[in-house]
Design a protein around this ligand. Sequence first.
Ligand code: FAD
Ligand code: NAI
Length: 462
Amino acid sequence: MATYDLLVIGAGPGGYVCAIRAAQLGLKVAVAEGRATLGGTCLNVGCIPSKALLHATHELHEANHNFGRMGLVVPQPQVDWARMLAYKDEVIGQNTTGIEFLFKKNKIDWLKGYASIPAPGQVALNGETHEARAIVIASGSQASTLPGVTVDEEVVVTSTGALSLKAIPQSMVVIGAGVIGLEMGSVYSRLGTEVTVVEYLDQITPGMDAEVCKQFQRLLQKQGLTFVLGTAVQGVERTAAGAVVTHKSRKTGKEDRLEAEVVLVATGRKPFVDGLGLDALGVQMTPRGQIATDAGFATSVPGLYAIGDVREGPMLAHKAEDEGVAVAEILAGQHGHVNYGVIPGVIYTTPEVATVGQTEEQLKAEGRAYKVGKFPFMGNGRAKAVFQGEGFVKLLSDKATDRILGCHIIGPMAGDLIHEVAVAMEFGASAEDLARTCHAHPTFSEAVREAALACGDGAIHA
Ligand code: FAD
Ligand code: NAI
């Protein structure tokens, strides 16, 4: 048994970042992690492996479709699936062992095993009880599947199974046109799988800027993905050849079925709190099954905190990380906080989709007077050179003050471009501030500047 200033449960982006910052601030820290490797969902079966497969298949797409246009004559690329999976696993390994190194460097104890909280200030695992002045729960989330759908992670899979399929399927039905469905759907579509995405609502990526959604859907369809929108999945049955998905149109009530070799259930994730003993402790939960916390991440039990996917807010690695830093600072007597108004969201398809701040639909609903500055990548020389002129940047600013309220980008490197706007928003900048900042030519970021110009006197290249 040992006594710590801080014991973190879960070594995902929330937990491991919290532990490192707390150790840097002088606290004696341990992290309990049940998985065999550090890094949580994100590094092991989430962000990192999905981005590795997106990268590999993007390169395949470039070789198949754009190399010839640039005078690069190469033989038809062949996919060695086993090697592609090995590359993905190598990337995971590099990242998870990197966290082990950081733990050693910061003198953080890794307690291996699944932990429970028998009493306030105590964490039990492997038959031992450890004491801690503060406990931070960062136990993350798990896939939430549909009633009547049995996941076997071979034919009917969540994202975890989809990251390690035994073979590339000829056909795949994806249930849910959210982030996982579209990223993993893109991976397999580029590998030659016939991908059909069934979505309950009438648009893909619900909640995102409507114009972006429309263009995104158009471009994905052009790449070969098929969408069945406004349709509720009724059930999934295993067959000898794969599975059958039965679904019903929400408008017409018409029932139909889709057969596929693999079915990916991507209908959202839910907090993971199994085995922690929260009921017995009397920890207050939200109606959505999240751990309820106050603005300082404190739960209803003194000395017990929660961060990341297990509490409210977007289920994103960087949101979990920022909460990890904030709670560590609070525990060290500082004033950590997270600005939830400026958390970017990125979908790593081609083109990428990125968003920060409010959407036009949200501003309309609030009755806020705003300006829209839009600029198409078709007017950006660099984007045209890489065959990615089909997206746009949309910047929203306050009508009276010109303060930036949001930005929505579909186009090349959108996930990186969005951060110039995020920084500007943190500084309370106006669209004119961005527009008057010299941007190097030729860069994709000139499209952001042009959108900012379009909020004022007008873009130059439109
Ligand atoms: P997690 O990363 O889920 O980590 C929690 C850890 O706690 C786990 O390792 C678990 O084993 C451990 N644990 C749980 N209970 C216990 C216990 N009792 N004792 C000990 N250990 C325990 N987000 C992005 O921002 N960008 C992306 O590109 C992105 N891609 C994703 C792709 C996929 C396929 C998926 C599934 C998710 C993706 N996400 C992405 C979401 C991201 O992975 C999560 O938001 C993030 O991992 C949440 O971090 P966390 O620290 O809260 O929890
Ligand atoms: P999601 O919430 O993004 O999308 C789920 C989709 O499934 C929604 O569009 C929903 O309307 C639909 N749906 C729900 N029930 C349905 C039904 N019965 N039939 C048809 N459609 C149905 O969830 P997703 O994609 O599973 O991702 C989970 C979390 O992981 C997200 O919160 C996301 O933030 C995170 N993530 C982030 C990534 C990134 O940042 N690039 C990548 C992957 C995941």
